[in-house]
Structure formats: C-alpha cells, structure tokens
Design a binder for this molecule. Structure first.
Ligand code: DGL
Length: 259
C-alpha cells in the first residue's frame, strides 16, 4: 500500500518532495484537486465535500496513510474525517494533517508572539490559534489571511507575490516566529526570511518529513503495510500545460496525469 498526499492543487508536491527525499523507499500516491483550486476562498461545506471525495478516491487507490498537505482542508475537514468518516467508512486507514505538526514546532522555543499567514478559510477557522492556545494558553497570536498570494504563485507572478510578502510582513515584525500556513508558501519562504530577518519562519516543507518519519516509526501497524518499491503516481483532477510544467520543475521524471 501507499503513502497518500493530498492537496487542493500542486503546492503539496513540495511536501511530497521532502517526503520522498527523506523516505525514498516507500510508494507514493499524490492527488491534487486542481479542478476545484483554490479551496481557500470556498465555503466550509464545499471544502469538506471536496476533501471527502478526495479521501474516497485515494483510499480506492490503496493509500494506507493519507497526509492532507492542504492547510485549508486540514483546518476545515480533518476533524470530521478523523472522527466520523474514517471510523465508519475506512477504519484501517490513517489520515493526518499539517496543522498539529506545525504547531508543535512553532511552540518549541517558548515564543511570546507567533504569527500565522494562510488562506481566508484557514484563518476563519482559527485552528492555529486554538491549537497553540491548548499548549500555551497566553500566547500572543497574530493571524492574517493573504488571499492574493496563492493566485500570484499559481500565475507564476513572483514579482507580485514579493510585493505582497513585503506588505504582509509589516504585520509580523514583533513576532518571534511566523507560521507559513499554506502549501504554496514554502515557495515564498526566502522572501519572508529576507523581509523578516529576525523572525523564525516556519515552513512546512522543512518539518513534515521528520514528523511523518517519526509517526511511522511509532506506528508499525501502518508502516508494515506500506510497499517499498519506490513507486510514484501523481494525479490531478484537472490537467493543463501549466500544471504539467510546474510539476516537471519539481519532478522531472514523474508524469502528472489526470485522475
Ligand atoms: N492548498 C491550500 C492551503 O494549503 C492553498 C491553495 C488553495 O486555496 O486551495 O491552504
């Protein structure tokens, strides 16, 4: 069986790359719901339904463990999936998100103030604030939605993205750490680091592989079910030349195909 990685689009390939670099032996199945991208400006009901459809599809494709790399889907749908969908529909499958591992890293150094930048839906859910306050109740948290960043990255317009990064960064100068709470933002991490040299920038591509490795080492019942042929299958719900180009920049030898 496979390790599944889900995202609303192609951003999750960056985390997939980190997984494959750290654990190349496993078989991976990537699914990006690019037909419905972006999730970040959709209602919670639509995000939940799209994510549930994706889970069904990935489970039907032999995923034993699924990592929801999409922060928006994690924020809105993960709790329902873990508490309702999986127990009734696929009790042998494990589904994990990106929020808790990121929060664990964010609170590591006893910060006084942590910033979160993410899509509108993720910020609206206040999931990062709620999870950090469970661990550090008095932590000062600055949450800001950045609806312009995903479209700029999708259009390959990094000049516009840089302008927005500079503008948003002004809100985080008094933070010890800043969580980049969106699959697309690892592509902007150097811009954030340049704009906020004194702030610890937390980028999920740098933490998720360690977290998954650690999880698998503690859950042999899952790890033993994973195939080790190094197979890769990358699928999206909508395919065009642009998405093929983006994917081939990250994985030159693995074709992106339509689901
Ligand atoms: N994958 C989404 C996230 O991480 C960003 C793109 C979208 O809005 O769908 O929040």
């Amino acid at each position: 069986m496979k390790i599944g990685v889900f995202d609303s689009g192609l951003g999750g390939l960056v985390i997939t790359k980190a997984f494959i670099n750290a654990m190349p032996e496993y078989n991976y199945f990537y699914y990006g719901d690019s037909a419905h991208l972006p999730y970040g400006d959709k209602t919670s009901g639509r995000i939940l339904n799209y994510t549930l459809d994706a889970m069904r599809y990935m489970i039907a494709n032999d995923c034993k463990i699924i990592i929801i790399a999409c922060n928006t889907a994690t924020s809105i749908a993960l709790r329902y999936i873990q508490q309702r969908f999986i127990p009734s529909s696929a009790p042998d499958i494990k589904v994990l998100g990106v929020v808790i591992p990121t929060v664990e890293v964010a609170v590591e150094n006893n910060p006084q103030k942590v910033g979160v930048i993410a899509t509108s839906a993720t910020i609206r859910s206040h999931i990062y604030r709620a999870e950090m306050h469970k661990i550090v109740p008095n932590l000062d948290i600055e949450e800001i939605a950045a609806p312009e960043l995903v479209p700029a990255i999708e259009n390959n317009d990094f000049a516009t993205a840089q302008e927005f990064v500079r503008e948003y960064s002004r809100s985080f100068t008094s933070c010890d750490s800043l969580i980049l709470g969106c699959t697309h933002y690892p592509l902007l991490k150097n811009m954030f680091r340049e704009a906020l040299p004194k702030v610890r920038i937390i980028s999920q591509d740098e933490l998720m592989a360690d977290k998954l490795k650690n999880y698998l080492s503690r859950h042999s019942e899952i790890e033993h079910k994973l195939g080790r042929q190094g197979a890769r299958c990358f699928k999206v719900s909508s395919l065009n030349n642009h998405s093929q180009k983006v994917a081939s920049n990250l994985f030159a030898d693995i074709p992106l195909v339509k689901a």
